[in-house]
Design a binder for this molecule. Structure first.
Ligand code: GLV
Ligand code: GLV
Length: 355
């Protein structure tokens, strides 16, 4: 191979490997056992000559790494993720390194996890499972694990991009929920779908679903029964859900986060969950992964899973393939398949930036 490409982790499937090695690349896959590589580890991997790197969302791709990659002759970096808050795109630009991400292939998989968490929270599945395994079940009772019926309730979506829209559609169509969403951009396709679905229900003699685009995020917080967060993380969405906003939500609301942990002020959330036992959350992401804020793990009204929203076999193989295509395309002089520079943050309502 003419070109040296480094992957900081082994990734699922073989297609991405074949793509690279059949197209003039010598591929090096780091098999280091520790989960999160440091900047120094990655600088060592880059070495003196490296044309492109496929990296992971746990890595800090800033000045140091892009400078090292550029010195080694590198022109391309792809995150194996749709989110790229771990990547300093300005620094990449400064050192002439193109940055790619992997949208599209994880839309449905991520939305399905958000839907799973919504159902699990509404029907208290995790608590009920623990109860059963704990040998506590001694017969059916009218009050046992009574939860919420989603049908006819309102689902609120904050950030109606690819993933938020897919989730909204699942909840509306699957469970006949009403929809309220907030986004700076109009979710035209989603609106068309919900309008057509409402007309279909009406024509079938059923209650049509209702929907609206909220003009403020607070409207969603106040009106929705289940709220799912799907913004990109940047300084405008840091702690988007804080103490004041939690207080605006219904006492029995369900909050789902499969986006990025820092979108929620996690310490404020723990406090809110303690004060409001009927409020429930389903979290896939945490403010300081892999840690959880003290108290969260003990709360029965929280369901927590380890950042697995994109973890289906098809999606993970697709992400690996796109990441390889991004790097290969740039090295070979084709336009980068997915260019993080071209993705506009779509949600920048007035959250407080980090001071
Ligand atoms: C996963 O969190 C991703 O951004 O792809
Ligand atoms: C519950 O199991 C029922 O039959 O209503």
């Amino acid at each position: 191979g003419k070109y040296r490409v480094v992957s900081t982790k082994p990734m699922p499937g073989t297609r991405w490997i074949n793509l690279l090695i059949q197209n003039d690349c010598r591929l090096e896959i780091c098999t280091e056992k520790k989960t999160i590589l440091s900047v120094e580890d990655i600088i060592a991997l880059i070495g003196d000559k490296c044309d492109g790197v496929i990296g992971q969302l746990t890595e800090d791709w800033g000045e140091e790494l892009f400078s090292a990659l550029s010195k080694a002759g590198g022109k391309a970096f792809s995150n194996m993720a749709v989110g790229y808050n771990n990547v300093n795109v300005d620094a990449a630009n400064k050192y002439g390194v193109a940055v790619g991400n992997t949208p599209g292939v994880l839309t449905e998989t991520t939305a399905e996890l958000a839907a799973s968490l919504s159902l699990a929270a509404a029907r208290r599945i995790v608590e009920a499972d623990e109860f059963m395994r704990g040998g506590l079940y001694d017969g059916w009772l009218p009050h046992l694990f009574v939860g919420n019926l989603l049908k006819g309730q309102t689902v609120g979506v904050i950030g109606a991009g690819r993933i938020g829209s897919a989730y909204a559609r699942m909840m509306v169509e699957g469970f006949k929920m009403n929809l309220i969403y907030f986004d700076l951009y109009q979710a035209t396709r989603l609106e068309k779908f919900v309008t057509a679905y409402a007309a279909f229900l009406k024509a079938s003699g059923e209650t049509p679903v209702a929907w609206k685009r909220a003009s403020t995020m607070d409207e969603v917080l106040q009106e929705a029964d289940v709220i799912s967060l799907h913004p990109v993380l940047d300084k405008t969405t840091y702690h988007l859900v804080n103490k004041e906003r939690l207080a605006k939500m219904k006492k029995e609301a369900i909050l789902i986060n499969c986006s990025r942990g820092p979108v929620i002020d996690e310490a404020a959330l723990v406090e809110h969950l303690k004060q409001n036992p009927m409020f429930r959350v389903g979290l896939d992401v945490f403010e300081e992964e892999p840690y959880m804020k003290p108290g969260l793990a003990e709360l029965k009204n929280a369901i927590v899973v380890p950042h697995i929203a994109s973890a289906s076999k098809w999606t993970r193989e697709g992400m690996a393939t796109l990441a390889a295509l991004n790097v290969l395309g740039k090295i070979k002089g084709y336009p980068v398949w997915f260019d993080a520079n071209r993705v506009e943050p779509f949600l920048n309502e007035n959250a407080r930036p980090p001071s």
